[in-house]
Design a protein around this ligand. Structure first.
Ligand code: PLP
Length: 459
């Protein structure tokens, strides 16, 4: 304590009280059900009374925090007490989102979890992976599933691979455990997966791959955007860090770009300082984040907080609709194949059946019900031209590079999300040119099926 003045020490003591109050609130919410957490987060009556009584989390759009005194400023800027300081570093509205995300993703996980919100899903992926690539050494590599979002593919291949000399060891079939085992060596920095993946909704066994990564002293990072914590919580399955594009199902209204890193405390890694291992999300937020500047806009945080409240209900209904659409497409004579985790024909369906379950859905039987999300992909017979013709015939399903929406949206990944990675990259990621990716929205499934059926009939 002797290193600061008495005045600063008073703020440090006040900060300890503030932190204790937050910890108490978190502990209370950890005893609540998923929906209750999604609706309330850590915003309680006391917080409301300090905010004009507002029962909804306030949107703090201000850029900076005023301090009581120089002592207060010194304590806050030195991270000696909770404070938000400046909106690139932290923000009260973003804080409410981060606390909710940590509670939802950590739901049912037996350990501490923290979250940091970011300006987009891509910034979450960058901020979650970049800290492991310090002190470059010959042979430095990462092992990642090739079945991943196009932006992730480009970040790893171009930014890390071409520009920084990191060797990217792509796992072609993420369901093949041997591929993961064979690609990991002493110079591997992290193991990365996306499940279900975008656009192929490919699956992998998080539990098994976490076992392999941990045996090598490496962290497993999982992009769980498509599943959301309403269906799967990878931390329970052994993942160290979970990544989200909150832009998608979490903000199904389509009003906000955003992302998040949610990490358990005590991740498996030999890289970086102790603080990074102890609380990765907080480390990222306090240090690299401040310097790289990928903070989430508080307005966007508010949009996401608002949509998150109904996450479980939406994922339930949207998954059921998507199952019906998938079953329709599977039997259509103009469709070559359908990828949807809920279909028995899907490779890895048994992994999905084991791990994709609607949270808190267990009735009298004690068994949670399976729900498989609202993304599917299908190959149209007749190659790329036929896929484009069907795509161009949609009258209700939007043609857009988007997913997670409450409105049905379709894209052709080969000419959109996965265009930049080229033929070779698409071959690696197994993205064929006649693939249509479909996000099934909240419309009545009969109307979605009608639009698909009419478009397919034009072939
Ligand atoms: C969209 C998406 C991303 C990128 O998120 P942005 O919010 O668009 O930056 C990352 N991963 C997956 C699985 C996605 O679908």
């Amino acid at each position: 304590m002797s290193e600061y003045t008495e005045g600063v020490a008073e703020y440090v003591a006040r900060g300890e009280e503030m932190a204790a109050a937050v910890a108490k609130r978190r502990a209370i919410m950890r005893t609540k059900k998923f929906d209750t957490i999604a609706v309330h987060g850590v915003y309680d009556m006391q917080a409301a009374l300090a905010n004009q009584g507002s029962i909804i989390e306030p949107g703090y759009l201000a850029t900076a925090e005023h301090f009581e005194s120089s002592d207060h400023m010194e304590a806050a800027l030195a991270y000696l007490m909770p404070a938000w300081v400046y909106a690139r570093i932290a923000n009260p509205t973003v804080y409410y989102l981060e606390e909710t995300l940590a509670l939802l993703e950590g739901y049912g996980f037996d350990g501490e979890v923290s979250a940091v919100a970011t300006a987009s899903g891509m910034s979450a992926i960058f901020m979650a992976t970049n800290p492991f690539l310090g002190n470059p050494e010959p042979g430095m590599n990462i092992v990642a599933s090739a079945r991943c979002y196009g932006g992730t593919f480009m970040l790893f291949n171009q930014r890390y691979g071409v520009e920084r000399g990191v060797e990217i060891r792509w796992v072609r079939n993420p369901l093949d455990l041997n591929e993961w085992v064979e690609k990991i060596d002493g110079q591997t920095r992290f193991v990365y997966a996306e499940t279900p993946s975008n656009p192929l909704v490919s699956l992998m066994d998080v539990e098994a791959v976490a076992g392999v990564a941990h045996a090598a002293g490496l962290p497993l990072l999982v992009d769980s955007t498509i599943a959301t914590p309403a269906l799967t919580r990878p931390l329970i399955l052994g993942a160290d860090i979970v990544i989200h594009s909150t832009t998608k199902s979490m903000t199904s209204s389509g009003f906000a770009i955003g992302g998040a890193i949610v990490a358990r405390h005590g991740i498996t890694t030999e890289i970086g300082p102790d603080e990074m291992r102890e609380n990765f999300a907080m480390y990222v937020k306090l240090l690299p984040f401040r310097d790289h500047g990928p903070g989430l806009s508080p307005f966007n945080a508010l949009m996401t907080i608002s949509d998150l409240r109904t996450l479980r209900h939406r994922m339930d209904v949207l998954s059921e609709s998507t199952m019906r659409v998938a079953e329709f497409l599977e039997t259509h004579h103009q469709v070559d194949s359908v990828a949807y985790p809920g279909l028995a024909s899907m490779p890895g369906h048994e992994v999905a059946a084991r791990t994709m379950k609607l949270v808190d859905s267990a009735g009298d039987s004690g068994e949670e019900v399976n729900r498989y999300g609202h993304l599917l992909a299908f190959e149209v017979k007749g190659g790329a031209p036929a896929a484009r013709r069907v795509f161009d015939e949609f009258e209700m399903i939007w043609r857009a590079t988007d997913l997670g929406r409450i409105k049905s949206v379709a894209t052709i990944p080969a000419i959109s999300t996965h265009q930049q990675q080229g033929d070779e990259g698409r071959d690696l990621a197994a993205v064929p040119p006649n693939l249509i990716r479909l996000n099934v929205g909240g419309e009545h499934p009969d109307d979605v099926i009608e639009d698909l059926d009419r478009a397919l009939s034009k072939l």
